[in-house]
Design a binder for this molecule. Structure first.
Ligand code: BG6
Length: 300
């Protein structure tokens, strides 16, 4: 299908009715629904579906820069590019694709792109839905430039929540974080679990590979599993910043929370010919399931 600007979108579906929608604009996942058709990702009612800007919601990909620390545009440029479908993806093992619905996309820099970031790469993105409706994203970035280069990366994941004041994150307690609200100063998390009562813009460092976002009111928990992505960005703009964003409703901060699997503190360096892989897996479970059965994942 196409969006309002004629940009292709790919709809993935499982036999039991879960779905995901991926736009070729940015390779951005813009919707992920469970088997009852309920949306799991936040998308702003004011989102602008027009390049060169990422849609405000879903899962934009930040590469090769995160934030505005660097010479490139905020969060890098790949989220603003039109990707193509990769008809001949490598590494496609039969076992890998069994029972899964998936799409492979690819992005290579144009001559114009190379003026801003003079490093040639192949960025392959696979978005899959498992038969249970879990969303899996695998990014493979290969250096084909002849020289080493370094980059930062994030899956900027906008989760849909019932009410931000009813939400908590487990798995980040006691970690160090960089606070974007105070010049990236480093602090250590003291609380039991992370809850929200004002603007938050942090990068938690070297986190466990499984973290959970508990939505008390909806009685459901997002489980985020990641590989190759040591850090976790946590962002909610709260009241004041929401009003300053044109593509975001004044009250919408209550219904969203960004929790990103990311590589930010230590840039990833690839030698010529090398490939990096970063994987994110999102699933949703009832809250009761979580506290008993997932505890062991991050507490030992
Ligand atoms: C967060 C950054 O991850 O992304 C914030 O830490 C930023 O500072 C936010 O405001 C959204 O960025 P953008 O470019 O999509 O508006």
């Amino acid at each position: 299908t196409k969006d309002w600007n004629g940009i292709d979108q790919v709809l993935l579906r499982t036999p039991r009715g879960a779905s995901a929608r991926v736009s070729l604009h940015g390779g951005q996942v813009i919707s992920w629904r469970n088997e009852s058709g309920e949306e799991m990702l936040f998308m702003s009612s004011k989102a602008i579906f027009k390049p060169p800007k990422a849609m405000r919601g879903g899962i934009p990909i930040c590469f090769p820069q995160f934030g505005n620390c660097g010479s490139l545009e905020q969060h890098g440029f790949v989220r603003n590019k039109i990707w193509t479908v990769d008809d001949n993806p490598p590494h496609l093992h039969l076992n890998d694709s069994k029972g899964k619905s998936s799409i492979d996309l690819i992005l290579k820099p144009s001559e114009e792109d190379l003026k801003y970031w003079p490093h040639s790469y192949e960025f392959r993105l696979r978005v899959s839905l498992t038969t249970d409706g879990d969303l899996i994203m695998i990014s493979r970035i290969r250096n084909i430039s002849g020289k080493p280069f370094s980059f930062l990366f994030a899956y900027h994941t906008y989760l849909s929540v019932s009410d931000i004041s009813e939400v908590r994150i487990e798995g980040l307690e006691t970690l160090d974080y960089l606070d974007n609200l105070s010049q990236r100063e480093r602090f250590t998390e003291q609380g039991d679990a992370i809850t929200f009562e004002s603007e938050v813009d942090r990068v938690y460092l070297s986190s466990p590979n499984v973290i959970a976002v508990l939505d008390h009111e909806k009685k459901r928990t997002f489980v985020i599993r990641k590989e190759g992505l040591p850090d976790v960005v946590v962002w909610n703009p709260w009241e004041k910043k929401s009003k300053s964003m044109v593509d975001f409703g004044d009250e919408e901060y209550k219904q969203m929370l960004c929790v990103d699997g990311a590589a930010i503190e230590r840039p990833i360096t690839l030698k010529s010919g090398e490939e990096w892989k970063g994987q994110l897996e999102l699933s949703v479970v009832p809250s009761s399931f979580c506290s008993e059965q997932l505890d062991s994942h991050w507490r030992g």
